[in-house]
Structures are given as structure tokens and as C-alpha cells.
Design a protein around this ligand. Structure first.
Ligand SMILES: NC(=O)C1=CN([C@@H]2O[C@H](COP(=O)(O)OP(=O)(O)OC[C@H]3O[C@@H](n4cnc5c(N)ncnc54)[C@H](O)[C@@H]3O)[C@@H](O)[C@H]2O)[C@@H](O)CC1
Ligand SMILES: Nc1ncnc2c1ncn2[C@@H]1O[C@H](COP(=O)(O)OP(=O)(O)O)[C@@H](O)[C@H]1O
Length: 603
């Protein structure tokens, strides 16, 4: 019993992230009870520093450590950790980037005999030289950069959850100078430090890497990418939201014992438990029509392969039947690869449209018919107003089926430009960043054009905007995919789920066609199962399909790499972090691995 509660708590801690304000509320009762959180944080930071140095074969007494300390409590954590490392014979220098240092932390570090380099002439730090000239300030900055570059490890304790906006002042100047010295452009989305191993010290971030958007996962200015981040109490959203999550490196989470049962997570990462709950295992009473039927209007004369990939992926995802509608050439290829497919119309529990269907400007002979079929189908999902009047000018309910009650539909690739302006949440769109930018531009969601770079710099924001503007459930694809849909418990709230299960080998032509088929399959299963009240939220089912897709790619490629890795829990024993690069895969390999991935999830 105790063990299962522990397991549940650890799962919650590892796969949920909490906004900075929520973390402050969670800390409050412990601080009121006098729990020495800062000492605990510092001990963990020192421990992780030693572990990183040890892994590089650097003995503590030979180690050169630089701690970049800000004026707040994050700097306090760094100072106590610095004191501990200095007390164990490491050579430790603190670089003060603010106008002050945490009093008790500074006292502890001074007591250990460590050295402090102050960068701000206007700083007030007892016993330290301040009030120096601008010229000397520049010289001190250069010394700080050299110190860091000669260090074995730099602990980044400039800012934690107290940061607001992009780094400014000396923290920003020092960060930019360090990035310059490493030949890295520190702006959002550019190269990362991890691309330059061996040319810089190890970076351990304290609580959060300085310069990243703690709550929104953006990179608003210069920032230091960490090799490891030791995070306190609970994951912050930046640990799972792209692109900031990529700047956190490996994460060690220190469990302070927060009472998280009632706390509202700001974001959730898909894990195997959540994904498995969306997969139906057939009972003896099932037959093909009760196991889900997916209809695909995909592929085209120009791109028939997408039809083959989507139908095969759906068929392998544990459903009863696949129906296919498309041009003769695509039909022939689909039947050749999947004789089980049924060609033509019939009852379906979910649709998949658009993969391999060219955009309007790119059609070959016969492809216009495919687009017309999709347009007619999507018209049934178009909402004009709350009363359920659809875009056809008719009342959807009067035509037989309200858009809400239509089978779920996955709108992929070439069908995205046919998406009606307003649809219910059973419409799932699966754009990559470029396609989402195109959609938001067409719908004029932010009153102006949107670029793919903008989307990639704030994927959660744009996925959420697309959901809120169109009503559709959005899958924004990437190494960490973002799923934004309606929260089933509060329809006014957007549910954000993330999934980073796949190795980068998955970024290969046709992988998106496979994903669309898999999402259709899982949605068809949930459409036939139980009452609508019992059915999982669309966003959850969709996210489960994204997870299954990533897991299938991992199985096919034998790679351990993931877009996102769950944090290690401090003190819970080190997990096997062995890295296996694996081997390249094509989209068809992913399809072949789906049954094994399903078996793994339900086993
Ligand atoms: N509350 C607690 O008891 C605990 C807090 N802890 C640490 O305390 C941190 C939070 O401490 P604080 O609330 O003091 O905040 P921080 O230390 O994260 O940030 C505040 C400091 O950063 C500076 N700053 C803010 N925005 C900046 C910007 N854009 N550019 C440059 N400098 C900027 C401020 O001037 C101030 O000096 C956590 O992240 C964690 O590391 C831990 O010790 C655990 C316990
Ligand atoms: N670096 C990466 N790591 C993990 N998965 C990736 C990466 N890059 C792309 N993917 C995944 O590969 C798939 C590519 O889909 P898409 O861009 O639609 O390709 P296509 O149109 O060729 O089918 C998506 O599921 C995406 O999440």
C-alpha cells in the first residue's frame, strides 16, 4: 500500500509541472514549520555538482568550481552549495552578478574561505571591493569569463523562479559574454551549448537555468543551457515546455514533500500509464464493428504513399476495420499493401483526412475530387455560432447530425487549409510548426501573419491560440509535441499535454501520415467504447496516440534518445542513463513496431 502511494506520488512529481506561484504556495507551509528548504536545496546542488565532476573523473580536491550567484534566494542556494564544496576542498569562486548576496549564504561561503568576485560597481556586499570604475567593471567581467572558462564546473545560481522576463543587467551581459566566448549565439532557438562538448565547463543550473521563461517555456533572451538542472520541490513548466526544456539538460528533482494532491499542474507530460488507459483490449464479446472503424480520405494521385502509410498505421493500431476513399492509383497501392482495407464509403467511428492530399495550388489530375470530398465532409463539422448552425447555411442538427455528434476527425497536412473557422473539439488538427503558422495566418488569429519561427519559439502559446480560436484539438508536432484541447472538467480551460517519447530518428518523411492514422485509430476505439461520459477526453486519446507513435519509433530504432526524459528523483538511486543511439528508421518501420508498442503498454 505504502509503496503504491509512493509510486503514485513519484509519478505525479515526474510527469506534472507547477507554475512558480503554485510552487511558492506549496513551499509556504513547510517554511512556516521551519523546514530548512534552502539548506536542503544547497546540499542537493552540491551533491549533483560532485556527481557531475566525478563522472568526468575530476576529484573534488582538484576541482575548479565557479558559482554565478544572483542577489535572491537562488543565489542563496548557490552560496550554501559553494560553501559546502569549498569545505570539501574544491577551489570555489563565487561571481556576484547582482548588487547583493543572500546574507546567510554569503556568511557561510565567507566562513569556508572562498573568494568572491563582484561585478556590479554599485553592489553592497560586506567585505568586498565595490564602487570601482566602469573600466574596472569591464576588466572584472573579462576575469569572470576567464574564470568560468578555466573551471571544471559552473553552477548557475543567477536567477530561479523569481526571474521576470529576459535576463537584464550584469546577468545578461555575463551570459552573453560567456556564450560569445563559446562561439554560441544565445538567442532563442539557436545552437545550444550541448553542441560544443569539451569547449566549456560543465553547467549545473540551480532550480532553473537563468534566462529561460520559467512558466511559459520560452527563451526571451540570452540563457545558459545546462548539462543538468537540479530542481527543487516540483518540476516547473520550463522543465517540460519546448524550447526551454531543451535548455535544462538532465533534470534531478529534489522532493521536499510538498502536498501536491490538491495542486493544479500547469502542464502534464504523457507517460506510459496515461497512454495505456486510452488503448482498448478487445473482450470476447467484441467483433470488428465494436473495435473501431476508421475511414481515411488521404493520399492522392500525386502522393499515393501517404494513403498506404496512414491505412497501414491505423490497421496495426488495434482496431476492427479500415475503410479507404481515394483515387484509383492510391486504392490499388493501399490494397496491395493492405488487402484487409475496405474500399469505399460506409459507417465509420473516426475519420482521417488530408495526409498526402496536395494543397489547392499543387493538385494533379483527380486530386481536386479528393479535396472536394474532404471539403464536403468538413462542412458537417463547421460551427457558426453556439446554437449549432453550421457553415452550410443550414442547421446542422436539422440535417441529422450536430457537429459535436459527428465521428471524431483528424485533419492533417493538405486538409488544414480546408478547416472551417470554428469546429468542435472532436476535430483534431495535426500541424507541424510551418503548417500551424499557415493556419493562424489564414485565420488571422493574431491580426497579422505568423511565421514558423514564431511558432517554434512559443509552441505552447500558439497551439493554445489555435485551439481557442478554432475549437479544434491541436497536435503541434515536434521532438516534444504539444497537445491542446478542451479540459473535460472545465470547458473554459485549455488542457495542455506534452509528449516527448520519440527519438529524433522519427523525423522522417511519412512519419506524420503514420501518426494521423494512429490518432484516427485510437479515436475510433474511444468513439465505440462506453457512454460519452466515460470516454476519455479527446486530448487524452490524441496524446496517447502521440505517445504510442513515439514508443513505436523507439522500438523500431532501438534508440534510447527521447525528446524529453523524466527527471531523476534525488536520493531515489540513480537510474540507468546508458545512451544507445540506435539506428535509422523509415516511417514503415514505425508501423511494423506498433503492435509491439501496444503490447508493451498494456502488458
Ligand atoms: N522559497 C524558498 O524557501 C526556497 C527557494 N529556493 C530558491 O529560491 C529561488 C527563488 O528565489 P527568489 O524569489 O529570491 O528569486 P530569484 O533568486 O530566482 O530571483 C530574484 C533575483 O533575480 C534578480 N532578477 C529577477 N529578474 C531578473 C532578470 N530578468 N534579469 C536579471 N536579474 C533578475 C532579482 O533582481 C533578484 O536579485 C528558487 O528558484 C530556488 O532556487 C530554494 O532555496 C528552496 C526554498
Ligand atoms: N527531432 C525529433 N524528435 C522526435 N520526433 C520528431 C522529431 N522531428 C520530428 N518528429 C516527429 O516526426 C513526425 C513528422 O511529421 P511530419 O512533419 O508531418 O512529417 P511528414 O509530413 O513527412 O509525414 C511528427 O510526429 C514529429 O513529432
Amino acid at each position: 500500500m505504502g509503496e503504491s502511494i509512493d509510486h503514485e506520488r513519484l509519478q505525479m512529481l515526474r510527469f506534472n509541472a507547477y507554475a512558480a506561484d503554485t510552487v511558492r504556495e506549496l513551499e509556504r507551509p513547510l517554511l512556516d514549520d521551519g523546514v530548512p528548504l534552502m539548506r536542503m536545496a544547497a546540499a542537493a546542488a552540491a551533491h549533483e555538482a560532485k556527481r557531475m565532476l566525478g563522472a568526468q573523473g575530476v576529484a573534488l580536491e582538484d576541482a575548479n568550481v565557479v558559482v554565478l550567484a544572483g542577489a535572491g534566494d537562488n543565489g542563496g542556494d548557490g552560496l550554501f552549495a559553494a560553501a559546502q564544496l569549498a569545505g570539501e576542498d574544491a577551489r570555489v569562486t563565487v561571481v556576484a552578478v547582482g548588487r547583493g548576496l543572500h546574507d546567510a549564504g554569503f556568511a557561510a561561503f565567507a566562513h569556508s574561505g572562498g573568494r568572491v568576485l563582484v561585478l556590479d560597481p554599485e553592489a553592497e556586499i560586506p567585505g568586498c571591493v565595490t564602487g570601482f570604475s566602469a573600466g574596472e567593471a569591464g576588466e572584472r567581467l573579462r576575469v569572470a569569463v576567464d574564470l568560468v572558462n578555466q573551471a571544471d564546473l559552473v553552477m548557475d545560481a543567477m536567477t530561479g523562479i523569481g526571474v521576470s522576463g529576459a535576463l537584464h543587467g550584469i546577468a545578461a551581459t555575463l551570459t552573453s559574454a560567456l556564450l560569445d566566448s563559446w562561439g554560441i549565439d544565445g538567442r532563442a532557438g539557436s545552437e545550444t551549448i550541448q553542441d560544443h562538448p569539451g569547449e566549456r565547463p560543465l553547467v549545473l543550473a540551480v532550480d532553473t537555468p537563468s534566462g529561460i521563461g520559467v512558466d511559459d517555456g520560452t527563451l526571451p533572451g540570452p540563457y545558459l543551457t545546462a548539462d543538468r538542472t537540479v530542481m527543487f520541490g516540483a518540476l516547473k513548466p520550463c522543465a517540460m515546455l519546448p524550447p526551454a526544456a531543451y535548455a535544462c539538460g538532465k533534470v534531478t528533482l529534489v522532493d521536499f514533500g510538498f502536498d501536491i494532491d490538491e495542486a493544479e499542474p500547469a502542464s502534464e507530460m504523457m507517460d506510459a500509464d496515461l497512454a495505456s488507459s486510452a488503448i482498448l483490449v478487445p473482450s470476447v464479446h467484441d467483433m470488428k464493428y465494436t473495435r473501431g472503424v476508421v475511414g481515411l480520405v488521404t493520399g492522392s494521385t500525386r502522393y499515393p504513399g501517404a494513403a498506404v502509410l496512414g491505412t497501414n498505421a491505423a490497421a496495426r493500431s488495434g482496431i476492427g476495420m479500415v475503410r479507404y476513399l481515394g483515387p484509383q492509383r492510391a486504392q490499388d497501392l493501399v490494397l496491395q499493401a493492405l488487402p484487409e482495407a475496405v474500399i469505399g464509403k460506409g459507417h465509420v467511428n473516426a475519420w482521417v483526412v488530408g495526409s498526402g492530399v496536395p494543397a489547392s495550388t499543387d493538385t494533379a489530375d483527380g486530386d481536386d475530387i479528393q479535396r472536394e470530398t474532404i471539403t464536403r465532409l468538413l462542412a458537417h463539422y463547421a460551427l457558426v455560432d453556439e446554437s449549432g448552425t453550421n457553415d452550410d447555411g443550414g442547421d446542422a442538427a436539422a440535417q441529422g447530425t450536430h457537429p459535436d455528434a459527428m465521428p471524431p476527425i483528424v485533419v492533417d497536412a493538405g486538409a488544414l487549409d480546408l478547416l472551417p473557422a470554428r469546429v468542435p473539439g472532436n476535430v483534431v488538427i495535426t500541424p507541424h510548426a510551418g503548417e500551424l503558422a499557415g493556419l493562424l495566418t489564414r485565420l488571422d488569429t493574431i491580426n497579422g501573419p505568423v511565421t514558423a519561427d514564431q511558432v517554434m519559439s512559443a509552441p505552447v502559446r500558439y497551439a493554445q491560440l489555435a485551439h481557442e480560436d478554432t475549437g479544434a484539438t491541436v497536435v503541434l508536432k515536434g521532438a516534444i509535441s504539444v497537445i491542446a484541447g478542451t479540459d473535460p472538467y472545465d470547458n473554459d480551460r485549455t488542457r495542455i499535454l506534452l509528449c516527448g517519447r520519440a527519438p529524433a530518428w522519427l523525423g522522417t518523411a511519412g512519419a506524420g501520415d503514420v501518426l494521423a492514422g494512429m490518432i484516427g485509430a485510437l479515436l475510433s476505439q474511444s468513439d465505440v467504447s462506453g457512454s460519452p461520459d466515460d470516454a476519455p477526453a479527446v486530448a487524452d486519446t490524441v496524446a496517447a496516440a502521440v505517445y504510442l507513435h513515439g514508443l513505436s519509433a523507439a522500438i523500431a530504432s532501438h534508440a534510447t534518445q527521447c525528446g524529453w526524459r523524466a527527471p531523476e528523483i534525488y536520493g531515489a538511486g540513480e537510474r540507468n542513463t546508458g545512451y544507445v543511439a540506435g539506428e535509422p528508421i523509415i516511417a514503415s518501420d514505425v508501423i511494423r513496431a506498433i503492435p509491439q508498442a501496444i503490447a508493451k503498454l498494456i502488458g
